[in-house]
Write a protein that binds this ligand. Structure first.
Ligand code: ASP
Ligand code: MG
Length: 455
């Protein structure tokens, strides 16, 4: 078929990626899992923030079969769970339990609305009971911050998928709930773990094998570490989960259902006249995501690209609209693209021993940043200075302290943002790349990146 021809290097899958069994009989036993007509649908938190959203999800599925549905936590649940974690961290048990209670009733309302009357779902109650115990009984140790964070925030997706799976069954869409903590094996690293796709493949396949359902509902954002603890894949990581599932199942396509019509060339809240882009290729999409475009999690593209699986970004509100498609080849983008990455800190380093070739110290600097999980979004160097535009992340103060301890003078400017303009025009250059608020400007023929004070 056309599809199997377009698969890039299936022979490179490695031993665990090989089809189980091999002969036609064996293939029939594991059923449709290998049948290549599987689609992966991902629904973000905004699309399932209330009962109407869940009903709409049901409508989008319609009478489709062979679907793997990845769902995020409902609405702003993950933010609320981060506050539960903060309560635990600060030893403020009351605050933590208050947040849990609010989440319990938020979800209970959605359930009642879906079932048209009071309804209690045992499995949802059990999850909230567990979470309550974690919030009440955890003895917090700073060295376990990330571990506890993951343990707590994972409940958002566990709860949302449980509700949605039960609701779909109730509404006549037979499906199986999949525990992604057991299917996606991640690195032994919390809060921003990568998935070991090869090791996860047999786990996921065996979770799907031998059952009558052809629709599956799994959590985005979460996985399990080799030591059995729960991990998360980084904020907004559900896209990445869906891409990993699509890769493992050799899906025909992946669709992300969003509350926008598709990918725009700029955030319309910040830049007027934003327009929709019909097609993008994988590489441009990675560049855009990396620059801070909040279209798709940056880690999403690689698993798709490896199997040449197209990614559709489609409007949740209207299944007939085309959205944006991302694939290997695309028509060239003929509008400039503007991306603003907020919450940046500009660090300027100078070696205290006045060494003129700071490059010799790059290894020290970058391994320190890696240790504190700080990503450099823009790097600018001279003989004696190294400027780094980084996310204002959890460990920024510690990282600055460690850099100072390692013999660097560090100047720090907060309240910065990083603006990227691809395909800039003279007018965009004048408007965005000049002026006193611009601290650093890096330009190529087509792209200019600017570190500027927040306006
Ligand atoms: N619920 C998680 C978050 O809000 C993951 C996701 O939405 O993709 O970050
Ligand atoms: Mg979310």
């Amino acid at each position: 078929t056309v599809r199997s021809k377009s698969r890039a290097h299936p022979e490179k899958q490695g031993p665990t990626g090989r089809r189980p069994g091999g002969g036609p009989a064996a293939r029939r036993k594991v059923g449709w899992v290998n049948s290549k007509d599987m689609k992966v649908y991902k629904f973000g938190g905004a699309s399932v923030r209330n009962a109407d959203g869940v009903r709409n999800l049901r409508k989008i599925i319609d009478d489709e079969q062979h679907l793997f549905i990845i769902v995020s936590a409902m609405g702003k649940t993950t933010n609320a769970l981060e506050r539960v974690f903060a309560g635990v961290q600060q030893g403020n048990r009351e605050a933590a339990l208050g947040e849990v209670a609010a989440l319990r009733s938020y979800h209970a309302e959605i359930i009642d609305d879906l079932w048209h009357g009071h309804r209690q779902l045992e499995r949802v109650d059990a999850l909230f009971d567990e979470l309550e115990r974690v919030a009440a009984e955890t003895v917090y140790r700073p060295e376990e911050a990330e571990l506890r964070y993951d343990e707590i925030v994972a409940y958002g997706e566990l709860v949302s998928t449980t509700i949605i799976s039960e609701y779909l069954n109730h509404a006549g869409v037979a499906n199986r709930w999949i525990d992604m903590r057991r299917c996606l094996l991640t690195e032994q690293r919390h809060k921003d773990a990568g998935v070991d796709i090869e090791a996860s493949a047999p786990r996921l396949r065996s979770a799907l094998a031998g059952c009558g359902e052809t629709i599956f509902v799994g959590q985005g954002f979460i996985g399990g570490a080799p030591d059995g603890t729960t991990t998360t894949l980084g904020r907004e990581g559900s896209d990445y989960s869906a891409a990993v599932v699509a890769n493992i199942l050799d899906a025909e396509s992946m669709s992300v259902w969003k509350d926008v019509d598709g990918i725009l060339n700029a955030d319309p809240k910040i830049f007027p006249d934003a327009v929709q882009i019909a097609e993008l290729n994988y590489l441009d999409t990675i560049e855009l995501a990396y620059s801070g475009a909040q279209i798709i999690h940056p880690k999403t593209i690689k698993p798709l690209q490896n199997k040449n699986i197209p990614l559709y970004v489609r409007p949740f509100g209207d299944k007939r609209k085309p959205g944006t498609v991302i694939r290997a080849m695309s028509a060239p983008v003929d509008v400039p693209i503007l991306i603003l990455k907020k919450d940046q800190v500009l660090l300027t380093l100078r070696s205290r021993d006045f060494s003129f070739v700071l490059e010799e110290k790059f290894a020290t600097i970058f391994s320190l940043l890696e240790r504190f999980r700080i990503k450099a979004n823009l790097i600018h160097n001279s003989a004696v200075n190294l400027s780094l535009c980084v996310d204002r992340s959890w460990h920024i103060d510690e990282a600055v302290g460690a850099l100072r301890g390692a013999g660097f003078d560090v100047m720090r400017s907060d309240n910065m943002e990083l603006l990227t303009v691809r395909g800039y025009t003279d007018e965009l250059w004048r408007r965005y790349a000049c002026g006193p608020q611009v601290f650093i400007r890096q330009a190529t023929q087509s792209t200019v990146r600017v570190v500027r004070k927040r306006g």
